[in-house]
Design a protein around this ligand. Structure first.
Ligand code: DGT
Ligand code: CA
Ligand code: CA
Ligand code: ZN
Length: 586
């Protein structure tokens, strides 16, 4: 569901940015930033909360609560508008460039009059940045890199935003009288990591009622084109949505066609041609007589082409046609295969909810086990100590087994873990004897992202060789559209993971999706095991698992390759790693 929480979070974040850009109090900016995150992750819809309810959101005090109320009452916030008026919009957009913080953006605006990305690129080309204090030729290069990254993702939307919007639209259109089927197709159905536009498909004898309902949806801000078979709109968040309505007996062919990918469709059409058939969004026809052969379901269309039904997440022309012809398509891992989550946070570090609330929600998802992995002390902002994490362990041991089943202690098992930082030389926060007390350790890169290839490879290899490190968290550390993946010899790292019994994470957070699909395909050839994790920092984030599972499917992963689908005993054997002198588990 699209929630007003995200609007409020975006507004508070913008306010924080504007405070920083205008040279305001850094502490104050951080307060708003924190409130933005807390609101975005809050379980209740903020538009339904009164003043007191708003103040229950962590990090939201009276003044922020008032601003949120003002926003819902009037549609804007005076304090935000005031700062907006002082800074050209382009300057704030500069802060979206990876490597350019608010402070640098302000300097560029004041010193060089840079007020847009184009201005910025021109200034770098003219080598005007390197003479400014705090900038240099290297900064110029980094910023230029960041601009490329930003532009390559421009006009594409994060997977969760598109999914929430599409779910709402499909649900609304399904209620329309005469709507026989409705779903989304396109890149969203294939769970691509970013979405260009949403393609909704519906089946009905008459299209007009559906088209009318579509353009009248509350999220729609602009109707780009309205016709009998296709209508295109834009929504509040700038996302473009196409609705196509097809006759019920073309459903299968249309769904196959509009799911794509284009590359996959080209291959299926080729197969049709070889069999003297013609495949289009209307059906599969005899090429000579024009007679329709099938079009009702996708299964029929694929079967007539000599193929099994191919899961949408595999339709990228990456060998799925060949595998299908040989009868060797993988049976991809599904969300219901997951027995647990192995990377999550609580309010002991930067999570929003206490362990009890996280465990409660995890048990509701039906998990058999659940790991809490707060940050180690090297991420110094989190102020972790041995004492604090041992106290957490004591609490978790009491909670263990008490969630998810009524009575007794045979409920969800709670694993106590930690997310370690892989330091610049590959060292981690604590020595082996202390790490031995954890049920599992995730280790991740959180700093020094721009190390050279050799250094970075050595760094991550060393973490893999650590007998206490079970999972490499978000292995390339990329943030989609914001931070490029680290430069490392991934094949060497994948081989080390397979050799040492270290799993690679598929981080489900929609702005990470790390490993990405192509890297997963490469890694699995080395025989690596994977962990699909939410990296949840709030109760709501637990549900991000669907994006990680989609990414795993796009990497052709089966259930057996994903350690958190395994029964607890097999998982625990794997987690012992080299610690007891046994080889890699399972
Ligand atoms: P996107 O929107 O950029 O994230 O990616 P898609 O895959 O959703 O692409 P889109 O929205 O342009 O088109 C939806 C599907 O329609 C696409 O996956 C396959 C099909 N399609 C669109 N144009 C063509 C085409 O020229 N040839 C073929 N064979 N299929 C097409
Ligand atoms: Ca699309
Ligand atoms: Ca489209
Ligand atoms: Zn992390």
């Amino acid at each position: 569901m699209v929630r007003s929480n995200d609007d409020v979070a975006a507004l508070l974040q913008e306010y924080a940015d504007l405070i920083s850009i205008t040279g305001g109090d850094a502490y104050r900016a951080r307060v708003y930033e924190k409130a933005a995150r807390a609101t975005g992750g809050y379980h209740a819809d903020v538009s339904t909360l009164d003043a007191k309810g708003l103040r229950d959101i962590p990090g939201v005090g009276r003044s922020i609560a008032e601003k949120i109320s003002e926003y819902f009452r009037t549609g804007s916030v005076a304090a935000v508008e005031e700062l907006r008026a002082r800074i050209p919009d382009g300057v704030r957009r500069l802060t979206a460039v990876p490597g350019l913080g608010p402070r640098k953006a302000l300097v560029l605006y004041e010193e060089l009059g840079v007020a847009s990305i184009d201005d910025l690129v021109a200034a770098i080309r003219a080598e005007r940045l390197r003479d400014l204090k705090g900038f240099g030729p290297r900064t110029e290069q980094n910023i230029l890199h960041g601009v490329d990254l930003l532009r390559s993702s421009a006009g594409r939307f994060q997977l969760d935003l598109a999914t929430d919007l599409a779910d709402d639209i499909v649900e609304a259109l399904s209620q329309v009288t005469g709507c026989l089927r409705c779903t989304y197709a396109g890149s969203l159905r294939r769970v691509r990591e970013t979405i260009g536009d949403i393609d909704v498909l519906a089946a009905a004898e008459e299209s007009a009622p559906l088209m009318d309902a579509f353009v009248a949806l509350p999220d729609v801000t602009e109707v780009v084109a309205q016709g009998a078979s296709k209508t295109s709109v834009r929504t509040r968040r700038g996302v473009a949505v196409d609705l196509r309505v097809v006759p019920p007996d073309s459903w299968g062919a249309a769904l196959q066609y509009f799911t794509g990918s284009k590359a996959h469709n080209i291959r299926t059409r080729e197969r049709a041609v070889h069999q003297k058939l013609k495949l289009s969004e209307y059906g599969l026809f005899d090429a000579e007589s024009g007679e329709k052969i099938v079009s009702g379901t996708e299964e029929e269309v694929y079967a007539r082409l000599g193929l099994p039904w191919i899961p949408p997440t595999l339709r990228e022309d990456r060998g799925e046609i060949e595998a299908g012809l040989r009868g060797e398509l993988p049976d991809p891992v599904t969300e219901s295969d997951l027995r647990g989550d192995l990377h999550t946070h609580t309010d002991l570090t930067d999570g929003l909810a206490p362990a009890e609330e996280m465990a409660e929600a995890a048990a509701e998802r039906g998990y058999a086990y659940y790991a809490i992995t707060d940050h180690g002390p090297d991420l110094y902002m989190q102020q972790m100590t041995e004492e604090r994490i041992l106290a957490q362990r004591e609490r978790l041991r009491e909670m263990d087994g008490t969630y998810g089943r009524r009575g007794g202690r045979d409920g969800m098992r709670i694993l106590h873990g930690v997310e370690l930082n892989i330091g610049p030389d590959g060292e981690v926060d604590w020595p082996g004897e202390f790490l031995a007390g954890f049920d599992l350790c995730v280790a991740s890169v959180h700093s020094h992202f721009t190390q050279g290839r050799e250094e970075m490879t050595r760094r991550i290899l060393r973490a893999c060789e650590n007998p206490y490190v079970n999972i490499i968290g978000h292995p390339t550390a990329r943030r989609i559209g914001r931070r490029p993946p680290v430069d490392a010899d991934l094949d060497e790292i994948f081989a080390a993971c397979a050799r040492t019994g270290t799993a690679l994470e598929i981080n489900s957070h929609p702005d990470r999706l790390d490993l990405r699909d192509e890297d997963i395909l490469r890694a699995r050839r080395h025989g690596v095991r994977f962990a699909v994790d939410s990296d949840a920092h709030s109760v709501l984030h637990l549900a991000n698992m669907r994006y990680g599972v989609g990414t795993a499917q796009r990497g052709w992963l089966t259930k057996d390759e994903v350690i958190n689908t395994w029964p607890e005993t097999r998982l625990r054997r794997f987690l012992r790693k080299g610690r007891t002198g046994h080889g890699p588990g399972a």
